[in-house]
Design a protein around this ligand. Sequence first.
Ligand SMILES: Cc1ncc(COP(=O)(O)O)c(C=O)c1O
Length: 386
Amino acid sequence: MDEHPLSPNLGGATGGGDFPAIDYLEWYVPRLQAGVDHDLSQSGFHHPWDWQKITGGKLPEHLTTSLTKAPLDPRIWVAEREGIEVSRVAGGHGVSQSLIFALLAVMNPQKPRKVAVEMPSYAPVSQFARALGCDVLPFWRGPTSSTDCGPWSINRQSLESIIDDVAAVITTPMQNPTGWMMTPDDQQWISDICSQHDVGLISDEVYIDSARGTDDYRPMHRYGDHCVSVNSLTKCYGLGPLRVGWIIGSEKTAINASRAFQNLQGSLAVPSLRLAELAWPIIDEPLSLIKTRREKNLPLLLNVLAANGIDWSPPPSGIFGCIPLVGTIDSLQFVEDICTTHGVLAIPGLMFSPKLTQFVRVAWGGEPKEFAAAMEAFNLCLQELK
Ligand SMILES: Cc1ncc(COP(=O)(O)O)c(C=O)c1O
C-alpha cells in the first residue's frame, strides 16, 4: 500500500526501535489545542453534560472505593441495556483498550500471528495489533469512485486473498469516515468467512449506538460466538474522558477478555465508573440530542454543498459524513491552505487511507448557532475550489 505522512502505518510486529506513530493524531491534536473558530472535525458528539446538576454539586459518594454494597459493575449496566447475560460482557478503558482484550480473546492461537484490518480506518484500530506482535494485512472497504461517499462495500477478494493466513479480522461496521453502517449482506458475509476459516472477528462499534432503535443497529455479537463487539461511552455519548468501554461476545470470549484485562490492566478507573453510574439513568439524552442536531444542522450543510455543486447524501444516523471535493485538490492541502485561512478545521480523508485524497470528513453535531456560522465559513472554503 502507498504511504502518506497522515495515513495509518500498517506493517509488521513492532516494539522499541522506531515505534510507529499515529501520524494523524500528531497532526490533529496540536491544531485542536491551538484553537479553531469553526470546528467541523469532531468524530464524537460534544454533549453538554450538566455535571453540577447530575452530582447535585457534590463529589460522588465512594469516589475512589470500588467495593460497595451496590456493586459498581459496568457489565451489569451494559448487559441490561443490550438484553444479554452479564457473563457475556467484559470491561476495558474505552474502545482503544478494549480492542486489545477483544483481539487477545478471540484470535486463533493455531494460526499465524497476523491480523486482517479494514481500510480505510482510524489508525489506532488498524495499527494496534502490531504492538501485540502481529503483522497487520489490509483488506479494502472503500469508495469505488472519487464521489462515492458511502455506504462502502467490502472488496471481498481482498479479504479472501489473506483470510487463510490470519488469526483474526478487525472491522468498524459503522465506518469512520463515512458514518454509514455496513450493508446487511456484507455483515453476514464477513461473519461467515471468519467462521468458515475459524478466525475471530473483532468489531469496533464506537459509532453504532447512533442507530439504536433502527434497522442499522446490528451489533456483531449477534452473528455468532466467533464475533466480538467493542463499544464505549466515547463517541455517541460524549463521555470519552471517562474511558468507559466494554466487550460483548460469547461467555468464553468474555472470560478470555477478562483474563487479558487482569493481565494487562487489573482494575478499571473507579472515579470514572462513579460518574458513569450517575449518568447512566439519562444515558439516552445524547442520542436524542444527536437526532435534534441532525434535523437542525444537516439542511444547512446540504445547502452549502448544493450551492458549490456537490451532490451528497448523508448517512442515516450520526454526526459526521465524508464529502467529496470538486476539482483535483488534495484533501490535506484543502484543510491546511484553504480551511485554515477561514478558521475552519475539518478532517482530511488521508487520515484513513492514502487513497482518500479527495474526501474530507465534516461533522454537523455542533451547537446550532455556532454551526450556522461554521457553514458560512465552510461555504467560503468550498468557493475557493471553483
Ligand atoms: C473507529 C474508532 N474507534 C475507536 C475510537 C476511540 O474510541 P475510545 O475513545 O472509546 O477509545 C475512535 C476515535 O476516533 C474511532 O474513530
